[in-house]
Design a protein around this ligand. Structure first.
Ligand code: ADP
Ligand code: MG
Length: 636
């Protein structure tokens, strides 16, 4: 113990120093956010103690009213923020304030470095700073924002239930010290020694207006200690407990940015109270921009669960399905017993019932938006459609509703289309919903597989999210129409309109060419056949009806889940000049030997158009230069 009371100086983890600098520089233009961050930490600390006190009431018995107190001192140029929350032990002070222990911050530092590196010369410092701010907002590196306005920060803390008090002190320049100290009760006191030019943060009117603007929604009183009294600055009732009519847009936005650690505007706000069999309040937001962890493998929902105003967890597994993980906000219920463990609570069947009711509500709100504001809805869909579509195969009960909400790029135009609209536009005898899957919508639009369908006036859906490979086979049909990939199976398209049959080579002669191609390509292809799918391109690759879709196979191969490339069916376009010339070649014993090389080149070309490299790059280069040499040396 004696050894610990000595003052000890420790170094920040390397990333923290870097982070401190960036945070201080980039957030300077909105420097008053430091107060919101520190108040929100104080509020979190009270939330955590409130929950612990349910099973251990002794922790709060001596001081049951949670609060945050701001004490400005103009003479000393300090601002003190004190809370009576859970407090921190010596080790917690070191871990929470001196290292990037939290996974979010580590990821943040990494992404920040990467973003700065990628931005490179293209962006000026102002644009880079804007990017930094967006990222900082998303990760919420809250505490460090104190160094925007302070050149020295002292954090004195006493863990609830402990007698020890420790003080953490730093100038934010690479080291911090830790020493034993004194504090009457539990909680944390932060003293900001304000920089010379930041004296404004000791002015009472300035503090009043910052708290009103940024921390009004905090569910505990934020007080200002003036000479003679304590004055409460905020409404001090959790925002979601207030009636809708008493909450302004601006307050919703502030609250959203607080719970989501975000700087964007909420795209949609759902504030609702359920009464009756289940009693709960929801205040949920759909962000307007994708949060950075949207596609993390955990696919976790992060809505905060409260039971009777007591914060329980932001990791309530049983509450919302992962296909709604873009939602941010709060669910507060009256229906669950608080004196059980978090784990028990997660599996409470009531939680699942509440969750299911919320899903229904959210989907119907989305439906309304889609109907009333299609352009705004399209922006939502761009950001979160790929996530929502996971529900189509994960939540069979909501499938119909989700299919109704889904939007697609299609060959017909730039605008997104719904399935119902597509079906309405279908041609008279069209029985299937045609679609094509691939890596991105622009590349898909140029795909050879579309040619024959477009030439006959069919519309094709262009699906570029990985999840599309999974929900389509699990759904199979929509309004009685089968989904049919234009890159799979035999395209039984009738003759092309306005196409002269003289463009087609003789069937027997074509069969000779096909036989030669098959022989030359061997195992590289599953089959070679003539195609109705093509008009402009000479060849394309398709999968057999029962085979794995080629785009899915490519995705699985990229993830290392599939070793071998699948041999595809090479379809050739009988009316293409190159194929017609090759039919002629096949009849001529002197030139027939070139068919092998041409066949392999055509196969490589088909692979390239799918987004793959030729399997044998050296062979490809040699064959290409041979063919080019013959072409340029030919006398015409
Ligand atoms: P975040 O709030 O997103 O976790 P911060 O940088 O704001 O990140 O805070 C870092 C950590 O420091 C918090 O997670 C918490 O454990 C601890 N902390 C900060 N302020 C307080 C406080 N007033 N009382 C108790 N713990 C605190
Ligand atoms: Mg914080």
């Amino acid at each position: 113990m004696a050894e610990q009371t000595r003052e000890e100086t420790l170094a920040f983890q390397a990333e923290v120093t870097k982070l401190l600098q960036i945070v201080a520089n980039s957030l300077y233009s909105r420097k008053e956010v430091f107060l919101r961050e520190l108040i929100s930490n104080a509020s979190d600390a009270c939330d955590r103690l409130r929950y612990e006190a349910i099973t251990n009431p002794a922790l709060t018995a001596d001081d049951p009213e949670f609060k945050v107190v701001l004490t400005p001192d103009a003479k000393a140029r300090t601002l003190t923020i004190a809370d009576n929350g859970i407090g921190m032990t010596r080790q917690e002070l070191i871990d929470n304030l001196g290292t990037i222990a939290r996974s979010g911050s580590a990821a943040f530092a990494e992404q920040l470095a990467q973003q700065r590196a990628n931005g490179g010369d293209k962006k000026d410092e102002k644009e880079k700073t804007a990017d930094d701010i967006a990222l900082i907002g998303q990760f919420g590196v809250g505490f460090y924002s104190a160094f925007i306005v302070a050149d020295k920060v002292e954090v004195t803390s006493r863990r609830a239930g402990s007698a020890e008090v420790w003080r953490w002190t730093s100038d934010g320049k690479g080291t911090f010290s830790i020493v034993e100290a004194a504090r009457p009760g539990r909680g944390t006191t932060i003293v900001l020694h304000l920089r010379e030019d930041q004296a404004e943060f000791t002015e009472e009117h300035r503090l009043r207006s910052i708290v009103k603007a940024h921390s009004d929604h905090i569910g505990l009183p934020v007080k200002l200690a003036t000479k003679d009294a304590e004055e409460t600055l905020n409404a001090a009732s959790a925002l979601w407990t207030r009636a809708k009519k008493d909450v302004t847009e601006e307050q919703y936005k502030e609250f959203y940015q607080h719970v989501a650690h975000a700087f964007d505007e909420p795209w949609m706000t759902i504030h609702a109270r359920a009464e009756g069999r289940l009693e709960y309040v929801t205040l949920l937001f759909v962000p307007s921009a994708r949060p950075p962890d949207l596609f993390h493998v955990e696919r976790k929902a992060t809505v905060r669960l409260y039971v009777r105003r007591v914060f329980v967890t932001d990791d309530a597994e049983g509450l919302l399905p992962s296909y709604l993980r873009f939602l941010r906000g709060v669910v507060d219920t009256e229906d669950i017993a608080l004196n059980v463990s978090r784990e028990m609570l997660q599996h409470d069947p009531i939680l699942a019932k509440i969750g299911s009711a919320i899903v229904t509500r959210v989907l119907s709100e989305l439906e309304k938006k889609a109907e009333k504001e299609p352009e705004s809805y399209a922006r939502f869909w761009d950001a979160f459609g790929a996530v929502l579509k996971e529900g189509i195969y994960e939540d069979v009960g909501k499938r119909e509703q989700l299919l109704k909400l889904a939007r697609f790029h299609a060959t017909a135009g730039e605008a997104l289309t719904s399935l119902a609209e597509y079906v309405k536009r279908m041609k008279d005898k069209q029985e299937s919903i045609f679609y094509l899957t691939g890596d991105d919508a622009a590349a898909l639009k140029a795909s050879p597989h579309l040619e024959g369908f477009l030439a006959r006036g069919y519309e094709v859906l262009l699906l570029s999210d990985p999840v599309d490979e999974f929900w389509i086979p699990s759904v199979g049909m929509f309004e009685g129409k089968r989904f049919l990939s234009v890159a799979q199976g035999a395209a039984s398209l009738g003759p092309e309109p306005d196409k002269e049959s003289k463009d087609q080579p003789d069937a027997g002669e074509l069969a000779v060419l096909i036989a030669l191609l098959k022989q030359g390509l061997g195992d590289l292809v599953k089959d070679v056949r003539a195609s109705a799918r093509l008009t402009d391109s000479p060849v394309c690759l398709v999968a057999d009806e029962r085979d794995m879709p080629r785009h899915l196979a490519r995705m699985l191969r990229a993830q290392g889940q599939l070793k071998e490339a699948l041999a595809g069916i090479l379809e050739i376009n009988p009316s293409h000049p190159l194929i017609r010339a090759m039919v002629g070649m096949a009849k001529d014993p002197a030139r027939r030997s070139h068919i092998d090389d041409l066949g392999k080149l055509l196969l490589d070309q088909a692979h390239i158009r799918e987004g793959d490299l030729p399997a044998d790059a050296a062979g490809f280069a040699k064959r290409l230069s041979d063919v080019m040499t013959r072409a340029v040396s030919q006398k015409s």
